[in-house]
Write a protein of this length. Structure first.
Length: 237
C-alpha cells in the first residue's frame, strides 16, 4: 500500500494508505498436454513492412502486391523472440521520405482540442513530478463540493483508489470524511501543491489529474474513494 498525506476541511492532516479498488483475477493458461503457458515478445513487423513503408514502396499498386504476394511479412524476422526492448522515435516512412531513420533530440508537443474537434493550442509536453509524497504537502479539500450525480455526468473518471486507515485514529479521521460526503451526496474536489489546488500527479512523469473524494458509509464501515479525471464532458452546442 502506498501512503499519502491527506487533510480534511479543518486542515487537520494524517498519513493514510491508498490502493486500487479492485483486484484482477489471475488466469493461468495451459497447453493441451497440461504445461503452463508463458508470454513472449516476438517480432510482428519491421520498419520495411509497416503500412507507411508499404504505401511509400507500392503506392496505388499495394492492393495488387498484397494479392500476388506477402510484402507485409518479413519472412526472415517474423516471429523472432526479442528481449531488452527500448523505445525510439523514427522519422520518414512516407511517400516524401520512404526510408525510416531513428530520430534524435526529439521534442514532444501536446495538442489541446475543443469539444468540436478544433485544435485549440499546441504546447511542449511538460515534465511532471509526483506530488503524493507522504512527507510532503498534504492533499487538501478545496471546499468545492459537487453533487455526485452531476459529477458523474461532467467527468470521465479514469482511475479510482480506495483511501484506507492505518490505525484507530486515522479510522475516525477518514470515517468522518466519508460520512460528511455521503450525507451531502456529493464529491469534494481535492488538490496538492502549496495552495492545495494543483492537480495530482501519481508518479514522476505521470499525467496530472483533477481529483475528487467520494464517501460511503454503512454502519461502522466506510469507503473513501479518490477518483481521478483528466477529461471533462462538454456539450458541442
Amino acid at each position: 500500500m502506498r501512503k499519502i498525506n491527506l487533510s480534511n476541511e479543518t486542515r487537520r492532516d494524517a498519513e493514510v494508505a491508498f490502493g486500487a479498488t479492485s483486484r484482477r483475477k489471475t488466469t493461468i493458461y495451459k497447453t493441451e498436454d497440461g504445461r503452463k503457458g508463458k508470454s513472449e515478445r516476438t517480432v510482428k513487423a519491421t520498419m520495411n513492412t509497416t503500412d507507411q513503408a508499404l504505401m511509400a514502396t507500392y503506392g496505388n499498386q499495394l492492393t495488387d502486391a498484397l494479392i500476388e504476394g506477402d510484402p507485409e511479412i518479413d519472412m526472415e524476422r517474423f516471429g523472432m523472440r526479442v528481449e531488452g526492448l527500448k523505445k525510439v522515435y523514427v522519422v520518414g516512412g512516407d511517400q516524401q521520405s520512404p526510408t525510416q531513420k531513428v530520430a534524435y533530440g526529439v521534442s514532444l508537443n501536446e495538442h489541446v482540442f475543443l469539444p468540436d474537434g478544433t485544435e485549440k493550442e499546441v504546447h511542449p509536453v511538460i515534465s511532471t513530478t509526483s506530488n503524493l509524497a507522504s512527507d510532503g504537502l498534504p492533499i487538501r479539500w478545496t471546499g468545492k463540493m459537487i453533487p455526485r450525480k452531476k459529477a458523474m455526468r461532467m467527468f470521465v473518471f479514469r482511475k479510482s483508489y480506495q483511501v484506507q486507515h492505518v490505525n484507530g485514529l486515522t479510522y475516525d479521521f477518514l470515517y468522518d470524511m466519508a460520512k460528511k460526503l455521503a450525507d451531502a451526496d456529493a464529491m469534494m474536489l481535492v488538490g496538492g501543491g502549496p495552495k492545495g489546488i494543483a492537480p495530482l500527479v501519481m508518479n514522476n512523469g505521470g499525467t496530472p489529474y483533477r481529483a475528487f473524494l467520494e464517501g460511503r458509509v454503512n454502519g461502522d464501515s466506510y469507503a473513501l474513494i479518490l477518483r481521478l479525471t483528466n477529461l471533462e464532458l462538454k456539450s458541442i452546442v
